[in-house]
Design a protein around this ligand. Structure first.
Ligand SMILES: Cc1cc2nc3c(=O)[nH]c(=O)nc-3n(C[C@H](O)[C@H](O)[C@H](O)COP(=O)(O)OP(=O)(O)OC[C@H]3O[C@@H](n4cnc5c(N)ncnc54)[C@H](O)[C@@H]3O)c2cc1C
Length: 375
């Protein structure tokens, strides 16, 4: 099966289950199983270890297509991909096969960064690792506030204050699900992305130091240079995938729904056409921005930092505006769940509050544009 056929199959499974996943708040197991079999869990991993060797542009296309079918499936996929790029950048010596099982679909990964103490400031974990006297083990205690695919993922990429003890330094670790001391604290109930299983987790575990990604204190660099570009592109793609689903459903509804007494469709109303036009043009502009940001991450230049900071914030906000307009132009048909629009409206509220939040990114962008340090 080609990658396109594999994606089409995953999309058909995700689409068929999306309403049920949303209504029940249940993990999209069928779509994730289809993803595991598709080869797409290794999309951006090197071919030598069984990945597909694709780049940022392919990732945003795949994530956007998935999001238009099922937002939860797309976010679960993005979290896995962000975990894989992190592991690929600094493979843990204690798990030499980790990357190939994450590429093959045997192991689903996720990120456990956000903490109860530092909230959306994921770059500043308040937890801390403590190195054993012989330097072979790390004792880790952390309250993670949101972990997508909690309990369903096989590998958790976890952040903690560095064992170096230096304020602001961070370590990252790859924890298999089987490790003692990894527990889900509460079920996830969100207004949107309801299949995500983005639960709080506690970690109270002793790990071999070989579970660490990179050297001691290398975590902050991995967060900023590796995770941030891929995550921001993918998160922007989720937002635009959801926005495109809202736009398509709105166009179809206003073209078909009729005012019989006037013998015309809703689209005969100029106010409705103008809203459709604003949605369509905003979506097209954001897609172009996303593609140029993806190209810039592929071949970095002096604009790349701005693109990485700006693209998530502006796509998140565009998705808020587009899904809001879709709700409005489709009236009661959207409100009463006759259309998929209210699901994507709710799903699209997540992007702007996912870290780095849209407001933090605007602040960082402004700092970068005016020559101030980000931190
Ligand atoms: C569906 C979903 C899935 C998630 N999955 C994961 C996951 O898999 N792994 C993970 O690690 N995390 C995950 N998160 C957590 C996410 O990344 C954020 O950490 C979390 O949403 C922040 O919520 P909070 O209430 O702690 O935000 P707060 O930090 O309390 O923010 C509240 C408000 O303050 C604003 N704010 C905060 N700091 C600043 C600043 N410096 N400048 C301007 N404004 C600021 C924010 O923008 C926001 O509007 C997920 C979140 C959601 C919604």
């Amino acid at each position: 099966m080609s990658s396109t056929e594999a994606l089409n199959h995953v999309v058909s499974v995700a689409e068929a289950n999306a309403d049920y996943v949303d209504a029940e708040g249940t993990f999209p197991t069928a779509a994730v199983d289809a993803l595991r079999r598709s080869g797409l869990l290794g999309l951006v991993l090197p071919e030598e270890i069984g990945g597909l060797g694709a780049g940022p542009r392919d990732l945003v296309d795949v994530v956007g297509t998935l999001a238009a079918a099922c937002g939860s499936t797309a976010m679960i996929y993005l979290m896995h991909t962000a975990a894989t790029v992190c592991v690929a950048a600094a493979p843990p010596p204690g798990a030499p096969e980790l990357l190939s099982v994450m590429a093959s679909g045997e192991a689903l990964g996720t990120l456990a960064f956000s903490e109860r103490g530092s909230r959306s400031h994921f770059w500043a974990p308040v937890s801390a690792g403590v190195l054993s006297d012989d330097g072979n083990a790390v004792k880790l205690r952390a309250d993670k506030s949101w972990v997508t695919s909690a309990d369903y993922a096989d590998v958790y990429v976890v952040s903690a204050g560095s064992t170096s003890g230096v304020a602001g330094e961070v370590d990252l670790f790859a924890l298999p699900k089987s490790v003692d001391g990894l527990s889900v604290v509460a079920p996830f109930t969100g207004m949107g992305l309801r299949g995500n299983a983005s639960s709080p987790m506690t970690i109270d575990a002793t790990l071999p130091v070989t579970a660490r990604l990179g050297a001691e204190a290398a975590g902050f660099g991995l967060l900023m240079e590796t995770v941030l570009p891929w995550f921001n592109l993918g998160n922007a793609a989720v937002s635009l995938g959801l926005a495109s689903a809202a736009y398509s459903a709105a166009v179809s509804h206003v073209s078909g729904a009729r005012l019989e007494h006037r013998d015309e469709a809703l689209s005969a109303l100029p106010t409705i056409r103008a809203q459709i036009a604003r949605m369509g043009t905003t979506l097209a502009a954001q897609r172009a921005y996303l593609h140029s940001a993806a190209a810039s991450v592929s071949a970095p230049n002096e604009e790349t930092l701005n693109h990485v900071l700006g693209v998530k914030a502006s796509a998140n906000d565009a998705a808020l505006a587009i899904t809001e307009s879709a709700m409005r132009v489709c009236g009661g048909a959207a409100f009463s769940k006759h259309l998929p629009i209210e699901r994507v409206f709710r799903d699209a509220r997540a992007g702007a509050v996912m870290a780095p939040t849209a407001d933090v990114l605007y602040d960082f962008y402004g700092k970068a544009a005016t020559g101030l340090p980000l931190f």
